[in-house]
Design a protein around this ligand. Structure first.
Ligand code: AMP
Length: 551
């Protein structure tokens, strides 16, 4: 029998739809940015004509469909305008990670062949070392309040001015018809190993991801929410929050260059009535310390979205105690990024809720997951015991990288290899055990560096801890803890104390060979523990240490 086609419209799924919603339905909603001189406040009704003008300016500058338009910018209103204008006029928004080393930025700009680069005034110093090394760039646009047709900047030369470009255009723009398969945006992986790789999102993937983010069992943003993303707009599109906010009609708060300043962020959240905050665990470690010190509280916040790395139990407990309920999510640049969200399922006993919320949760609707044995490639059962590499597939999961790098990330049957190692419970809760490259291989068995870190961070005198495996003659690798004492306990906590604390929490053979105290755990450009840096400078394990720990 011949297949029969459905009779539904082939409506192209594009970000123009999100723009249409903010224009027609959410005119009164505000975009508020914290600046040096106070806050910048703008309604969507004011922003939409600016987005139209920006698209007009891009066209006048010769930006063609498919051209990459790079941004080197904080989370702010102009960056949001670019989020709409660039993809909606058919070009590709390439958000540059402003915490990268110059040589990585240079590599990324050249790899993406960016032609136009928008830069926040405060970030100009990052551009200067790149001059003469990024030949694809045809024009720089300076994002600043002071408008002047062109600026001459020391070491950079002539730059166009954002506000002057907008002034020269009209309030309306004839948006072209787009195909949903066209590239909308690109983001590079944070490159913890080797060079960063370009992930290219399509309009379709962004649209469907946005719908996924909004689901009540996922991040569940609603029109009544005021959202403060403390996750950078260059980190996996700020976890998709800007478009999700546009689609739902949320008020949006941006911290601009105050991103890392807990005091300013709390102030902004308090003054503007934030209901949802989002950021990696390290942000919340600083926030807890501040709130405890000042006695401030954020009673309107009902959800703190947290992902990027596992949430330590001690952190979730401390946040709960302050009335800040964390919602744990897992994902990666290649998964747009939302992959799983942890909400206790129906029937979860109250006393098990915290345990469940600390897992990486359940895979979101639209994405399929499996775990496979790293040696045989066989699929493993969801029994809460067997662990293997997470592989995923779905409409917002990458199938390759820009310029064809690393084709091996896709299996033969077209699942994406995440490089994360996890077990999955019969209920579907994912528990990340480690990254494949961080798991510690000791005597043929695996030790989860993440679990060990969490156990160490539960120690009341420890602020942060990262665990790496170091070479060992007998056991292949053994765990070594790099711990940071809480400021009030600096110099007052010993290696033996930490090892004794762990004795009833982890298997005996997991006990670290050494605990080394440091002032701060090195972080990657997106705020995660940078174990590459720790490994590079690690001295070998002391002889006899293994035996000492096991006594
Ligand atoms: P990125 O592409 O920079 O966002 O990094 C993605 C990686 O961060 C994932 O592959 C995980 O290793 C890690 N990650 C993200 N979210 C979590 C989480 N909730 N728990 C543990 N690891 C996470």
């Amino acid at each position: 029998m011949a297949a029969v086609e459905g009779l539904m419209q082939d409506y192209e799924l594009s970000l123009q739809h999100v723009l249409w919603r903010i224009e027609r339905l959410h005119q009164k909603k505000e975009v508020v940015t914290k600046l040096e001189q106070g806050v910048h406040r703008m309604t969507n009704a004011e922003m939409v004509p600016r987005i139209n003008r920006l698209a007009g300016a891009l066209k006048r500058l010769g930006v063609k469909p498919g051209d990459r338009v790079a941004t080197l910018a904080f989370n702010n209103h102009r960056h949001l305008e670019l989020y709409y204008a660039v993809p909606c006029m058919g070009a590709v928004l390439h958000t540059l990670n402003l915490r990268l080393f110059p040589q990585h930025l240079e590599f990324i700009i050249n790899d993406a062949e960016d032609k136009t680069l928008f830069v926040d005034q405060a970030l100009l110093p990052l551009l200067k070392p790149l001059m003469g090394k990024i030949p694809s760039i045809q024009r720089f646009v300076l994002m600043t309040d002071a408008s002047a047709p062109s600026h001459s900047q020391d070491g950079i030369g002539d730059m166009l001015d954002y506000e002057s470009l907008l002034q020269a255009e009209s309030d309306s723009y004839p948006w072209p018809k787009l195909s949903e398969r066209m590239a909308a945006a690109m983001c590079y992986t944070s490159g913890t190993t080797g060079n960063p790789k370009g992930v290219v999102y399509s309009h379709r993937s962004q649209f469907i991801h946005t719908m996924g983010v909004l689901q009540a069992d996922n991040l569940g943003l609603t029109e009544k929410d005021t959202v403060l993303p403390i996750v950078p707009m260059f980190h996996a599109n700020s976890w998709g929050l800007p478009y999700a906010c546009g689609m739902a009609g949320c008020k949006v708060l941006f911290p601009d260059r105050f991103m890392g300043d807990a005091k300013s962020v709390v102030e902004l959240a308090e003054q503007e009535g934030a209901t949802i905050l989002a950021g990696v665990p390290t942000i919340w470690i600083n926030t807890v310390a501040l709130l405890k010190e000042t006695g401030q509280r954020l009673p309107k916040v009902h959800t703190v979205i947290c992902g990027g790395s596992a949430i330590p139990r001690s952190l979730m407990e401390a946040m709960d105690a302050l009335g800040l309920r964390m919602l744990h999510a897992w994902g990666m640049t290649e998964t747009s990024p939302l992959g799983s969200v942890s909400r206790p399922r129906a029937g979860t006993a109250k006393e098990n809720e915290l345990d469940v919320r600390l897992t990486q949760g359940v895979i979101v609707p639209g994405v399929e997951i499996r775990i496979t044995d790293p040696a045989s490639g066989e699929e493993l059962p969801w029994d809460g015991v067997a662990f293997g590499e997470i592989q995923v597939r779905g409409p917002w999961i990458a199938r390759g990288y820009h310029n064809g790098y690393d084709p091996g990330k896709l299996t033969e049957d077209e699942w994406f290899r995440t490089g994360d190692v996890a077990k999955i419970s019969p209920d579907g809760y994912i528990q990340i055990v480690d990254r494949t490259k961080d798991v510690i291989k000791s005597g043929g068995e695996w030790i989860s560096s993440v679990e060990l870190e969490n156990a160490v961070m539960a120690h009341p005198k420890i602020l942060e801890a990262a665990v790496i495996g170091l070479p060992h003659v007998k056991w292949d690798e053994r765990p070594v803890v790099y711990a940071v004492a809480r400021p009030e306990f600096k110099g007052q906590v010993t290696e033996q104390e930490v090892i004794d604390f762990l004795r009833d929490k982890v298997a005996k053979w997991w006990l670290p060979d050494e605990v080394r105290f440091i002032d701060e755990v090195p972080k990657t450009s997106v705020g995660k523990f940078d174990k590459k840096v720790l490994r590079a400078s690690a001295v070998p394990i002391k002889e006899g240490a293994t035996q000492a720990a096991r006594k």
